[in-house]
Design a protein around this ligand. Structure first.
Ligand SMILES: Nc1ncnc2c1ncn2[C@@H]1O[C@H](COP(=O)(O)OP(=O)(O)OP(=O)(O)O)[C@@H](O)[C@H]1O
Ligand SMILES: [Mg+2]
Length: 264
């Protein structure tokens, strides 16, 4: 099979609040700043990825229109027609809708229900305009997340450096292994997030993760940084909010790792 030019990376962890949407938005921004053409797909009804680039009013307007991921998947439409430009060069978005809460139900009666999203992206893959597609997933492991995994080349798993951060992770890797025959997606790496230097969970987390053979852990990790919350409040990437912020520099480093990984 001919290799697709566009690399698709999804952010998955069934543990909520592990930093998926934050990592997806900020890595996408830094990849675009590095000259890569990036498309974001907001796969979560919480709309957090869309809110990372547009204010609440605009996000709700998109969510209530018919030009969002929910209607595209429900109607098996070509997602090319659902792309909107973000305020940043090289960075586009397919917005989500709160109706995504019903997507499991919609998929249930569809033929080949695990591959609906992949088919909706066919036109975009064929055009090959994007270097990367980055997809944010909800904190679940149902048919919708399987759809995301079935079109992904790589999975990035954000894990919070906290006592419960790793809880359930083994289950998730089992789940991914169980999908071996459905997808070629492989784990690009685990990203340790919300690192707090006053506590020693970071070291613990890295040590435990090093016990997972064949699972790569990114050298870059993301510290707790209030600039992230301020940036999210302003609907801008942290690199735009404050270029010198620690987390902005960390996401820049992560982008370098991801680009390097792709060129191996
Ligand atoms: N490095 C960080 N420093 C400070 N706050 C952070 C950091 N990363 C994430 N957060 C905050 O933690 C919360 C959860 O992050 P985020 O929404 O990215 O997680 P998630 O995995 O996408 O959550 P969900 O599972 O609900 O989709 C958010 O309020 C976000 O602002
Ligand atoms: Mg999220």
């Amino acid at each position: 099979m001919k290799e697709r030019k566009t690399k698709t990376i999804c952010f998955t962890n069934n543990k909520g609040g592990s930093g998926k949407s934050t990592a997806c938005a900020n890595l996408a921004y830094e990849l675009s700043q590095a000259g890569k053409k990036v498309l974001l797909v907001d796969g979560d009804m919480q709309l957090n990825l869309s809110l990372s680039f547009f204010d609440e009013e605009k996000v709700l307007e998109m969510a209530e229109s018919e030009k969002n991921l929910y209607y595209a998947v429900k109607g098996k439409k070509d997602l090319k027609d659902y792309v909107i430009a973000t305020p940043y060069e090289n960075l586009d978005l397919i917005p989500s809708s709160t109706l995504m809460s019903q997507i499991e139900y919609e998929l249930f009666t569809m033929m080949q229900r695990e591959y609906v999203l992949k088919k909706c992206l066919k036109g975009i893959y064929e055009e090959g305009e994007y270097d990367y597609i980055l997809m944010d997933a909800p904190p679940t492991l149902g048919t919708w997340v399987i759809n995301i995994l079935c079109t992904a080349d790589y999975v990035i798993v954000p894990v919070e450096a906290s006592p419960w951060g790793l809880f359930g992770l083994a289950n998730m890797f089992d789940f991914l292994r169980g999908m071996d025959e459905m997808t070629e997606a492989k784990v690009m790496g685990v990203l340790i997030t919300k690192v707090d230097e006053r506590k020693n969970y970071y070291k613990q987390t890295r040590e435990i993760l090093s016990g997972y053979e064949s699972i790569h852990v990114f050298d870059s990790s993301i510290h707790v940084d209030t600039s992230i919350e301020w940036a999210q409040d302003a609907s801008v990437p942290v690199g735009v909010y404050k270029k010198s912020a620690r987390s902005a520099r960390e996401f820049k480093e992560l982008a370098k790792e991801v680009i390097k990984y792709g060129s191996r």
